[in-house]
Design a protein around this ligand. Structure first.
Ligand code: F0G
Length: 441
């Protein structure tokens, strides 16, 4: 098996265009020590042959080698930050399908919609794509302990990859503000789990201090290697489309790591000649947690204003101070994309429609279809456009939300009842064939 860095020299570089200071790829850094900017991995590719790469990625689908079977490491030439692959921990992440949803297309005002369903990942969310890469870097650096703050999916994923890779996982969660399914995962995978009485943004600040003080490796999406792994979501999507570029890629925005990763991956794919144009990125936020949408609608100028008390039932994206906003802004602009926000009711109904397609997803993921419906209604997205909506998490992540929606018990933050537009209440039936037959007439 070829070493992943044979064709490239890797380094870390400050994302701030006025700084651009370079650092060694093995430096343990999350922000630029000089200016505080975000860091990203950068590669000097020797000679990339796009036709050869496409052939190689396709051939690997027939291989039984673990790295080739991973829907992340299959594309390893496109994030060559490791000197060799012995540190990789893979649970065969990625390999997530493209799915048609005719009912959802109709609801979204489109002729056709394609869902890239990241909920098919081993721990049920797109975080696995990034975590396999972050965990590999942690092991390469000899880290024994890894930590994250999470709205639930990062923690579930980190707990699994730390366990599989023989590292101790320390998890910090906003107490009472994550779904039970996600909390259960981190406990089951053996992570030390702390439920802190604070919100995501406050806990991230806390964990950064602790990581520094205790020498623990931070695996939030501020970690540039997480972003490298998450690029593979776009590579796999393009590979599955035979490298045809869709018009739009629509995704939810929380801490904005995924937006940063998608943009970087797409830009790099274009620079390497794998594609000849970029899809437009449409980032959708929940109305009560939409600092990026506020900033975007003010022209993306001046100071970025966090939302101090973010609220949404889509707890995965309940984030008021997204760390990666400078990267995300750059990527959305580069792709001629946009940022939109949707209400709790819009998310809930879109989610039920995705369910009725036989697909299902968690609340944050459904913001994509809600956003598409809004953007086709306003004429921004064309009815005939080729649209890929990225469903970020599995339907079983938040069963409590589902049950409450379908029984008309779901309440938005502040107490407004969510209407069960597509409600499907389970029926309590007596043990009596006649009466059941009557009920089913
Ligand atoms: N969708 C789901 C299901 C998520 O879990 C998240 C983020 C997002 C969308 C937003 O992605 O942060 O890259 O913009 N969840 C994080 C977590 C914050 O801790 O699991 P983003």
């Amino acid at each position: 098996m070829a070493s992943v860095t044979q064709s490239a020299v890797a380094e870390l570089i400050c994302f701030n265009p006025e700084c651009r200071t370079r650092y060694d790829i093995t430096d343990v850094l999350y922000n630029c020590p000089k200016c505080g900017g975000l860091l990203e991995a950068n590669y000097a590719y020797a000679d990339a042959d796009p036709a050869r790469l496409k052939r190689l990625f396709r051939e690997r689908r027939m291989s039984n080698a673990s790295l080739d079977q991973s829907g992340v490491w299959r594309y390893r030439e496109l994030f060559p930050f490791l000197e060799d692959t012995r540190h990789v921990v893979t649970l065969r992440e990625g390999n997530t399908p493209l799915l048609d949803g005719p009912l959802a297309a109709q609801y979204g005002g489109l002729d056709r919609i394609t869902f890239k369903h990241q909920g098919f990942n081993p721990t049920g969310s797109f975080k696995d794509n990034g975590m396999t890469a972050g965990a590999a870097q942690a092991r390469r650096l000899g880290m024994k302990r890894v930590a994250c703050v999470s709205t639930g999916n990062t923690s579930a994923s980190m707990a699994a990859y730390a366990a599989a890779g023989g590292m101790e996982a320390l998890i910090f969660l906003p107490h009472g503000k994550i779904s039970f399914g996600k909390l259960a995962q981190s406990v089951e995978y053996g992570a030390r789990t702390l439920q802190v009485e604070a919100n995501f943004d406050q806990i991230l600040a806390l964990v950064r201090v602790l990581a520094e003080r205790l020498g623990i490796y931070l695996l939030n999406s501020v970690n540039p290697f997480r972003i490298e792994g998450q690029k593979s979501i776009m590579f796999e999507m393009l590979d599955q489309l035979d490298w045809r570029v869709p018009d739009w890629v629509v995704l939810p925005g929380g801490n904005l790591g995924n937006t940063s990763a998608f943009g970087k991956g797409l830009r790099e794919a274009k620079a390497l000649g794998l594609i000849d144009r970029l899809p437009r990125l449409a980032v959708i936020q929940a109305e009560g947690s939409a600092p990026f949408e506020h900033y975007w609608s003010r022209g993306g100028e001046g100071a970025f204003e966090p939302v101090s008390a973010p609220e949404t039932l889509a707890t995965a994206i309940r984030i008021g101070d997204p760390v990666s906003w400078p990267k995300a802004l750059f990527e959305v602009r580069t792709t001629n994309g946009l940022v939109e926000k949707v209400t709790e009711q819009e998310i809930a109904d879109a989610k039920a429609v995705i369910g009725k397609c036989g697909i299902g997803c968690e609340p944050a993921s459904a913001s994509t279809l809600a956003g598409i419906r809004k953007l086709t209604a306003s004429g921004v997205i064309d009815k005939s456009a080729e649209v890929v909506a990225v469903l970020t998490g599995n339907v079983l992540k938040d069963p409590d939300y589902i049950y409450k929606y379908h029984t008309g018990e779901l309440e938005a933050p502040g107490g407004t009842k969510i209407k069960a537009t597509f409600g499907n209440r389970p029926i309590v039936a007596p043990n009596d064939p006649d009466r059941i037959a009557e009920l089913l007439r």
